[in-house]
Write a protein that binds this ligand. Structure first.
Ligand SMILES: [Zn+2]
Ligand SMILES: [Zn+2]
Length: 286
C-alpha cells in the first residue's frame, strides 16, 4: 500500500493539475482500505462460465448475493459520510452531504440505489434529499461505481479462470458491460497482447491487439495513433470510422496508477481537442 501511494504521489507531482482529484481519491481510499474482502459464495463458477461463454456481462446475468448489496450499501454510506466533511471542492462535499442526509433518514434506500446502478447503470429513481434539493445523480452514480469496483474485487478474481484462453475477446466489460476507458499493451507468451480496462468496475480483459473495440474497425488506414511526446509510454489510439479514442499505456509496471483513468485526464483533453469522442463511461469530467 505504501509503495502504491508513493507511485500515485510521484505521478501527481509530475501532473499538478490532478491534485484536487487526487485528494478525492485519497479520502475514498482511506475509507475503502478498511473494507474486508469477502468471497461471493453464492455465485458458482459454472454460472460465470455460462454467462461468459454466451458473451453476457456477469452483472446482467447473475444476481449478486444479498449481503454483497448490503456491504456495498454500507460502504456507500461510509464514503458519503467521509466526503461530506472532507476538505474538497464544494460540489463534491455538497453531493456527498445530500447522499448522507438522504440515507441517514432512509437507511433502506442505499441497497435499491446500488441495485439501480447495476441493472440500469443510472440512478433512475427521483430520490430527493430531505431539504427538497435534488440528488446530484452524476455524483451518486460516480460514488456507486467506486463502491462496486471495490466490493466486487473477490468476484473479479473468481471470474479470472473463465476469462483465460481468450474466452472473452469483446469490446465491452465482462463484468458490468460498459465500454472500455483505457488499454494497456502487455507481453505474454503469445507475444504482445492488449488489455482493456473498464473505468466503472475496474475490470481488465484481453482484446485483440489491432482494431477499434468500439466499432470493430480493423482498417489500418483509419486507425491512427496520437503520440504523447513528453510521455512516450502513453498514446491515444483513434478510429476515424466511429470517431472515438482509446487512451493506451504501452509499458508495464505502473498500471495501477495509469489505468486508474483519472490520472490521464490530459489524454482525454487531447483526444477531444483533436475532434474525437470518449466512448467509455466518463467517471471524471474534463
Ligand atoms: Zn466494468
Ligand atoms: Zn471505431
Amino acid at each position: 500500500m505504501g509503495n502504491r501511494n508513493t507511485a500515485f504521489e510521484s505521478w501527481v507531482e509530475k501532473h499538478p493539475y490532478l491534485r484536487e482529484v487526487a485528494q478525492l481519491q485519497q479520502v475514498m481510499a482511506g475509507v475503502m482500505k478498511e473494507h474486508p474482502d469477502r468471497e461471493p459464495i453464492d455465485i458458482k463458477p459454472a454460472s460465470l462460465e455460462r454467462a461468459i461463454g454466451r458473451g453476457i456481462p456477469v452483472l446482467r446475468e447473475i444476481a449478486l448475493d444479498r449481503w454483497v448489496i448490503e456491504e456495498a450499501a454500507n460502504l456507500f454510506l461510509s464514503l458519503a459520510e467521509a466526503l461530506a466533511v472532507a476538505k474538497l471542492p464544494p460540489k463534491i462535499v455538497q453531493g456527498a452531504e445530500q447522499i448522507r442526509s438522504l440515507l441517514s433518514k432512509n437507511p433502506d434506500l442505499a441497497g435499491p440505489l446500488i441495485g439501480e446502478v447495476i441493472t440500469a447503470n443510472r440512478v433512475i429513481s427521483d430520490h430527493d434529499s430531505p431539504d427538497g434539493e435534488e440528488l446530484d445523480k452524476d455524483f451518486t452514480l460516480f460514488l456507486a461505481w467506486i463502491v462496486l469496483a471495490r466490493v466486487l474485487e473477490p468476484l473479479k478474481r473468481k471470474m479470472t479462470p473463465s476469462l483465460t484462453g481468450r474466452r472473452w475477446r469483446r469490446g465491452y466489460c465482462p463484468l458490468c458491460g460498459q465500454l472500455p476507458a483505457m488499454a494497456q499493451l502487455v507481453r505474454t507468451e503469445k507475444g504482445r497482447e492488449r488489455l482493456l480496462s473498464c473505468s466503472c468496475c475496474n475490470m481488465k480483459w484481453e482484446y485483440r491487439r489491432i482494431g477499434c473495440p468500439y466499432c470493430g474497425n480493423e482498417d489500418q488506414d483509419t486507425l491512427k495513433i496520437l503520440e504523447i511526446t513528453e510521455e512516450p509510454e502513453l498514446r491515444i489510439d483513434t478510429c476515424e470510422k466511429c470517431r472515438c479514442y482509446l487512451k493506451t499505456y504501452t509499458a508495464e509496471g505502473n498500471e495501477k496508477v495509469i489505468l486508474a483513468d483519472w490520472t490521464t485526464l490530459h489524454l482525454d483533453f487531447i483526444g477531444k481537442n483533436q475532434g474525437f469522442q470518449r466512448s467509455g463511461y466518463q467517471m471524471y469530467g474534463v
